[in-house]
Write a new protein. Structure first.
Length: 122
């Protein structure tokens, strides 16, 4: 099972995609076609369209849909800084980061949450 395209996109790219959807809404392009063009589900386009109808393109800026972020930007930066120190800095004999190790030195995530976070941050 692979990682979704959206999970690999950063927040800037995700917002850029929503802004493109807003332009297409304004042009009268059908939601199903927008979904095909942008590679997203009909449900996502439907959520964007509802937000756009309610508040225009400004309603698509920032976080739209999905779960709230588990960590703040500052917390994410702190976790990345810790990981950059390397596994040996935390007492392991090698420099390999495993999902279990990441969960032990950062926020106590389960392995699925760790994997998802790693996929988003490279």
């Amino acid at each position: 099972m692979g990682t979704s395209r959206s999970a690999r996109m950063g927040p800037v790219d995700l917002e850029r995609r929503r802004m493109l959807a807003a332009e297409l809404f304004e042009q009268g392009v059908k939601q199903a076609e927008i979904g095909r063009l942008l590679g997203v589900s009909r449900q996502a386009v439907g959520q964007w369209h509802a937000a756009w109808v309610a508040g225009g393109a400004d309603a698509l800026v920032g976080h739209v849909g999905g779960a709230a972020a588990y960590l703040t930007l500052e917390q994410e930066e702190a976790v990345l800084a810790e990981l950059k120190r390397g596994a040996q800095a935390f007492g392991w004999e090698d420099q390999w980061w495993t999902l279990a190790r990441i969960a032990r030195v950062s926020i106590p995530w389960n392995r699925a949450e760790s994997w998802s976070w790693i996929c988003r941050h490279g």
